[in-house]
Design a protein around this ligand. Structure first.
Ligand code: PLP
Length: 640
């Protein structure tokens, strides 16, 4: 682990920008004002278009909504869609590609109505379409998408109802493509199309042999559960030829996984798929679309490497590599260039959502002070432990470190055997932590930090308690150790002097964040400011727009947070375009099958019994019932 030196005399906003890495992961959407407040930039990269997040938080509170809040910035979503299309257009021009590009948004990445509706609206000028992986997603797509030039790609297992709906969509003039994932789906599609008299648009999902390294890439490769292998593909072609439907086969699809950090894997996938595309054309299929699925990664830690939370390519490189690979391979064979489709989800929606929460409390790491000398009857090891601290220097760090741990462990055993008192054990533990603090200070001065000191920082960190639930709002942080950038939204012109980990308000020991972005590695603590008396301290978690909302769960019955969508205006103001109140206690209880009315009645009976037994007065019963009522109507998070 590498611990950076922080010996700044006068802390500036540039120091904060460096420390939290905004330039590395922010893609130009965020900045810091001279007042030290984090800003959302209405025009990416333009420092003079910013709106302070603190102002947004104040505005939300003035309107009566409490933290935590999931903030959506519609300008950023719009900018992401524009950027994707502009980058592909540029690459097409630059490489002389003869076909077009079109994008579809995979609904599963963020199914929220407002997001899908905005994607359709912002995407209209580019004919950006949708990808549905289930019946429910197809229905959401058909009820939202109105642009009939946009593609509607249907993946996932399909039953008759799903196939029929997609065929009806074709009848209505939609470019609704049924992608065959399993050989058995093909007979269902041809049968239903014959019955309904609608010619289908058919795509085929291939299993590529190309495998990508990364977190979420198991859905690619030979053993992936989705898609056809080569033998099945050939059988499919024969079947379609026999049914005189080769003209319906227009799209080749593959998806080697989400968050592909290495451009080499992306290039290998495209090349393999292009070869299959050539094969399909040579077999007489109509073709016209090559759909590369998702995988375009988000640089969560800003390191620009092939680390699993990053990517070693820019969006421009992604586009050029794809367009060039497809174009050159097909030109060599004299085959018409297809429309390239990508199903970018993560990269489209991650940036536009920000989780905001306040800090409720802090447990400072501060070992108790020691008596000036050991008690007379103290064990020799206690005395040693108290003395070591005077003799810690850069040359003996490792040796002292081991001795300290040895004495502490031995003294614990003596305590368990009744050989030393509770008070002496207390002194020993304090001496242990005091020495660790002294060692940690020395370690920070070392040029090379030995492995064994890894974790020392975390052990000595403060705990900042945040008003949110990891399980509800950042499920990937808990489930797969996904890293998200986190930082304070204000006081960025002050030196953050504390090192902290963040705990949520679930009572689960997994409900915490102790991995933070760093250019070289992951840091285990996050520098934060001292809390001030009577002043809220706000943190923001960035890049949470993809996958987090629907994967979140009701651990400890902490429900959906409030959601506020804003639009940044040209005059550096913001307006709230939509607000959704989060779950109330009654809401989350009904999700787990309670009936709030019955709960109220049962509690009322208990209160009435207490009146009968003269434990409370009737007036007290009223107060108690009111508290119960307002509890059941209230927000599931901490309210001040
Ligand atoms: C999940 C998924 C996507 C989205 O992938 P991202 O990496 O988020 O862009 C696209 N296509 C299919 C078939 C998927 O299953």
């Amino acid at each position: 682990m590498k611990i950076k030196k922080q010996t700044f005399e006068h802390w500036t906003i540039d120091d904060s920008a460096d420390l939290y890495g905004i330039q590395n992961w922010g893609c130009g959407y965020f900045g810091i004002s001279d007042k030290g407040e984090l800003e959302i930039l209405g025009t990416p990269g333009d420092k003079n278009s910013g709106v302070s997040l603190q102002k947004v938080v104040n505005g939300i509170k003035d309107r009566g909504m409490n933290m935590p809040v999931l903030l959506r910035v519609s300008n950023i979503l719009e900018a992401r869609i524009k950027l994707l299309h502009q980058s592909f257009r540029k690459a097409i021009k630059q490489t002389g590609y003869q076909g077009a590009y079109t994008g579809v948004f995979p609904i599963k990445v963020n199914q929220q109505q407002q997001i899908i509706e905005e994607i359709c609206r912002f995407g209209e000028e580019f004919h950006h379409g949708l990808e549905a992986g289930s019946k429910a997603e197809l229905i959401a797509a058909l009820g939202t998408l109105q642009d009939r030039e946009a593609c509607l790609v249907c993946n996932g297992y399909k039953d008759r109802e799903f196939v029929d709906l997609a065929l009806y969509a074709c009848r209505l003039g939609y470019k609704c493509i049924l992608v065959v994932e399993m050989p058995s789906e093909l007979t269902l599609i041809t049968e239903r199309s014959r019955v309904l008299g609608i010619r289908p648009l058919i795509g085929i999902r291939m299993k590529l042999s190309t495998r990508a390294n990364g977190q979420w890439t198991e859905s690619g490769g030979d053993r992936s559960v989705f898609g056809l292998n080569t033998a099945e593909l050939v059988a499919t072609l024969d079947y379609l030829r026999q049914e005189e439907m080769l003209d319906c086969l227009q799209l080749l699809h593959y998806h080697i996984g989400s968050q592909i950090p290495n451009i080499r894997d992306i290039r290998a996938g495209v090349l393999e798929a292009t070869r299959i595309y050539i094969g399909l054309v040579e077999e007489g299929a109509a073709m016209g679309y090559l759909d590369l699925g998702g995988g375009l990664a988000v640089d969560y830690d800003g390191s620009h490497t092939n680390y699993r939370h990053s990517r070693n390519y820019t969006l421009n490189e992604y586009c050029v590599d794809i367009v060039e690979a497809v174009g050159e391979t097909l030109t060599a064979k004299g085959i018409t260039h297809p429309t390239i489709i990508t199903e970018s989800g993560r990269s489209t929606v991650a940036y536009s959502s920000i989780l905001l929460f306040n800090i409720l409390d802090v447990t400072r790491f501060e070992p108790a002070s020691l008596p000036s000398s050991p008690p007379e009857d103290a064990n020799d090891m206690t005395k040693e432990l108290m003395n070591i601290i005077k003799d810690i220097n850069p040359k003996n760090l490792q040796e002292q470190f081991h001795d300290i741990i040895y004495y502490r462990d031995e003294l614990r055993i003596l305590f368990k055997n009744g050989r030393i008192s509770l008070r002496e054990r207390g002194i020993a533990e304090s001496a242990f932590w005091q020495s660790m603090v002294a060692i940690s200070k020395e370690v920070k001065r070392l040029k090379y930090i030995p492995d064994e000191f890894e974790g020392l920082d975390k052990a000595l960190a403060d705990i900042y308690y945040g008003n949110f639930s990891v399980f509800q709002s950042l499920p990937d942080s808990w489930a797969i150790n996904q890293i998200f950038p986190i930082m304070p939204i204000h006081r960025l012109n002050e030196h953050p002097t504390r090192n902290a980990i963040i705990s949520d308000i679930t009572c689960d020991c997994d409900g915490k964040i102790e991995q933070f972005v760093d250019l070289h590695d992951e840091r285990q603590t996050l520098p934060l400011h001292e809390l001030r008396e009577n002043e809220e301290y706000y943190l923001a978690v960035f890049l949470v727009g993809a996958y987090q909302e629907t994967l979140g769960d009701l651990h400890n019955l902490l429900g959906d947070t409030n959601v506020v969508s804003i639009r940044i205006t040209d005059d550096q103001h913001f307006e709230i375009v939509q607000e959704l109140e989060g779950d109330s206690v009654a809401d989350v209880l009904s999700y787990v099958e309670y009936n709030p009315a019955i709960l109220r009645d049962t509690f009322k009976h208990s209160a009435e019994r207490a009146v009968r037994e003269k434990l409370i007065t009737p007036a007290e019963r009223k107060t108690i019932m009111n508290a119960f009522e307002s509890g059941i109507r209230g927000y599931t998070y901490f309210e001040r």
